[in-house]
Design a protein around this ligand. Structure first.
Ligand code: PGA
Length: 256
């Protein structure tokens, strides 16, 4: 049985003050770290203070939403692994569809970021997902295999063990549309098979999250899909009550 991981992707929301307020409230929730892992992917400006606050014995991990693939240098506006690690950031998202589409990140750029983070000891949430157009043209499997394959061919087992794969169909992100049970099971099955083909039975221990309009109302049904090991949540993660209810729900469903 895989312990579920629920991640909040706050995107470009929350000031430092709002972020700390969220953490303070989350700490008071009756969430059991034994049954669910939590990761908060916060904006850069919140990370330092959150790192101090989270560090004080509470089981939440801190993540960044992006990074650059050089240690330091003249790269105006970019952020390095060292800077993130100094804020107690353990995780980073790479390959989110908003980065791929709005900021022109190709598979090659996504992989460079992923490899740099992994080589420097960080853990990554590696996002993959098809557009509506690709789904309608029956290209879902080839898109997922291309995106994940670009990473798998370049990492070792130790690095794989620090990787969460997030399946996020682009058409379901922020739209209120959720992929249905069959679509999710099928996509997660494709990803699990591909992991198995590259790394054998270790694949069965890895976490594959679903993301795309997850909320309090649909999380129970989504949690019941055996191949879903957690969620990457945007909109609903901004509200501490919703985030904690979703985390509690999947924790309970997977524990049974
Ligand atoms: P959403 O975003 O939950 O608002 O659809 C998910 C994501 O972008 O990771």
């Amino acid at each position: 049985m895989r312990k579920p991981t629920v991640s909040a992707n706050w995107k470009m929301f929350k000031t430092p003050h709002e972020s700390i307020d969220f953490v303070d409230k989350l700490k008071k929730k009756p969430l059991d770290g034994e049954i669910v892992n939590l990761i908060l992917f916060a904006p850069y400006t919140s990370l330092f203070e959150m790192g101090n606050s989270i560090n004080s014995g509470f089981q939440i991990y801190l993540g960044a939403q992006n990074l650059y693939w050089e240690s330091e240098g003249a790269f105006t506006g970019e952020i390095s692994v060292n800077m993130l690690q100094a804020c107690n950031v353990k995780w980073v998202i790479v390959g989110h569809s908003e980065r791929r589409t709005l900021f022109n990140e190709t598979d090659e750029i996504v992989c460079r970021k992923a490899l740099f983070a992994l080589k420097n000891g960080m853990s990554i949430t590696f996002c993959v997902g098809e557009s509506l157009n690709e789904r309608e043209s029956n290209e879902t499997e080839s898109v997922l295999r291309r995106q994940l394959g670009s990473l798998l061919s370049r990492i070792d087992l130790n690095q794989l063990n620090r990787t969460i794969v997030a399946y996020e169909p682009i058409w379901a992100i922020g739209t209120g549309l959720t992929a249905n049970v069959e679509q999710i099971s099928q996509a997660h099955g494709i990803l699990r098979d591909q992991l198995r083909e590259s790394f054998g039975e270790v694949a069965d221990k890895l976490t594959i999250q679903y993301g795309g309009s997850v909320n309090e109302n649909n999380c129970e049904q989504l949690s019941e899909i055996s191949e879903v090991d957690g969620f990457l949540i945007g909109g609903a993660s901004l509200d501490v009550d919703q985030f904690s209810n979703i985390s509690e729900t999947i924790g309970k469903v997977k524990k049974i």
